[in-house]
Design a protein. Structure first.
Length: 155
C-alpha cells in the first residue's frame, strides 16, 4: 500500500510501483486533465506538480511518489489563482483546441509560483517543455505576462 497526497487529499493505491503516474491518475483516480501525448516526456500534455515542481507524469513510476504532494490541473482548477490564469489565457486568445492547455497551465502556475514577475525570455523558457500546435506561443506568453501582472501564484 502506497500513500501520497493528490490535489490536497491523502490517497492510497495498491497499484504496482512500476505503473506510470499518468496511468494511475487517469485510470484509478479518473483525473482526465493530464493527457497522454508523446509518452516520452517531450510534449508536456501530462504536466503535473510533484512537491511544487513541474514534472511529466508519463515519466514517473508511482513507486517514486510515496508521500509526495501531487497537484493536477483537476485540483488546480478549483483555486482562485487558476481562475485568474484562465481568464488571462482567454483574454490573450491563448486557448484553441484545449489538448495542451492543461499542461501549459500547470507549467504557467509552476513558473509564476517560482518567479512571480518573469521576463518574456523567462516565460518562454518556463514553458519550453510544453508543445502547442494551435495558438503559437506568443498568445500563451502574453497570457502568462497578464497573469504575472495580476499576482497569480501557485496556491
Amino acid at each position: 500500500m502506497m500513500k501520497f497526497y493528490l490535489n490536497g487529499k491523502e490517497v492510497e493505491t495498491q497499484a504496482p510501483s512500476t505503473m506510470r503516474l499518468i496511468d494511475l491518475l487517469r485510470d484509478e483516480f479518473q483525473l482526465i486533465g493530464p493527457k497522454e501525448g508523446c509518452g516520452e516526456g517531450e510534449c508536456g500534455t501530462c504536466s503535473i506538480l510533484v512537491n511544487d515542481l513541474l514534472e511529466n507524469s508519463c515519466l514517473i513510476p508511482i513507486g517514486a511518489i510515496e508521500g509526495a504532494e501531487i497537484i493536477t490541473i483537476d485540483g488546480y482548477c478549483k483555486t482562485e489563482q487558476f481562475q485568474i490564469l484562465s481568464d488571462c489565457y482567454s483574454e490573450a486568445g491563448a486557448v484553441q483546441c484545449g489538448y495542451c492547455i492543461p499542461g501549459m497551465v500547470m507549467a504557467s502556475a509552476a513558473l509564476l509560483a517560482q518567479n512571480p514577475h518573469p521576463t518574456e525570455d523567462e516565460i518562454r523558457e518556463g514553458i519550453s517543455g510544453n508543445l502547442c500546435r494551435c495558438t503559437g506561443y506568443n498568445m500563451i506568453v502574453d497570457a502568462i505576462g497578464l497573469a504575472a501582472n495580476k499576482g497569480v501564484g501557485l496556491w
